[in-house]
Design a protein around this ligand. Structure first.
Ligand code: SAM
Length: 251
């Protein structure tokens, strides 16, 4: 059975709150119910209750939501998990991505393509690039990711035929023909666009390069886990972004 070791990440659940922490034997976690000394967790299994806290092994979703440093707006797992499947990512696939931002989406893609796959990702801002690099390294997603501190430039990945592409930049329009060149026939492409006018503008640029266009927005509503008073949470995130998917047309 896997037990908690020095340096492991843990997900602490206290009442309605979640915290992602690293186990360091000389440190502790203070909360309203007392103090948790991390040294007391070492050698114990994940999934235990101690002093009103629950201690779990963090999932990818929790690493993204509670663990990574955010230097930019990130794409939430509700969107990236869906994007990864819409792009048909699986073990061994090769993905082109820009911009990397804080690396939240890159982590999901890295996890989806596995050890034999690759994610090539571009981030033009040095400070943001450093954050993404450190997030990816800290949580073990750097082995299959090639990250460039550059504005997307097709010359950097020349000769690679990509299984899919994902673009999260404010103005993706001029890149459409360049990305088209790099993709395998029929390959899926995805874009994340926060506003409707960006979607409208992008639609004008996709023809004649991409077909089978779909635009979707993912709304999630969480419920209170109370059997006596089962009802939705009072607040929800109303809008994150529009997702546009399409597939490469050969000419
Ligand atoms: N998807 C990221 C995540 O989940 O963490 C967030 C991406 S953030 C909203 C957009 C990023 O794209 C910014 O960090 C910006 O610097 C970068 N960017 C914008 N245009 C770019 C380009 N042409 N090439 C590379 N990076 C670009």
């Amino acid at each position: 059975m896997e037990t908690i070791k020095e340096g492991d990440f843990i997900l602490i659940r206290f009442k309605e709150k979640r915290y992602l922490k690293r186990v360091e034997s000389d440190k502790n976690f203070s909360y309203k119910g007392g103090v948790l000394y991390y040294k007391d967790l070492i050698g114990k299994p994940f999934g235990i209750s101690v002093g009103g806290l629950q201690i779990f092994k963090p999932t990818l979703e929790e690493i993204i939501l509670y663990g990574i440093k955010r230097e930019t707006q990130i794409i939430y797992p509700k969107d990236t998990f869906f994007i990864a499947k819409k792009l048909n990512l699986s073990e061994g696939k090769v993905l082109l991505e820009f911009g990397t931002g804080s690396g939240a989406a890159t982590m999901v893609f890295s996890s989806a393509v596995g050890e034999r796959g690759r994610v090539y990702t571009f981030e033009r801002e040095e400070r943001i690039f450093q954050t993404a690099k450190s997030n990816l390294e800290k949580f073990g997603f750097s082995q299959n990711v090639v990250i460039f501190n550059k504005t997307f430039n097709p010359a950097e990945v020349e000769g690679i035929k990509f299984d899919a592409a994902f673009i999260d930049v404010r103005e993706p329009y001029p890149y459409v023909p360049q990305v088209w060149e790099l993709l395998k026939p029929s390959a899926p492409i995805g874009f994340l666009l926060p506003t409707t006018n960006q979607v409208q503008e992008l639609l004008k640029h996709l023809n004649p390069y991409f077909g089978d266009i779909e635009i979707v927005e993912i709304l999630t509503r969480y419920y209170k886990a109370n059997p006596e008073r089962f009802r939705p949470e009072d607040t929800m995130i109303a809008h994150t972004a529009y997702l546009l998917f399409a597939k490469k047309l050969s000419m």
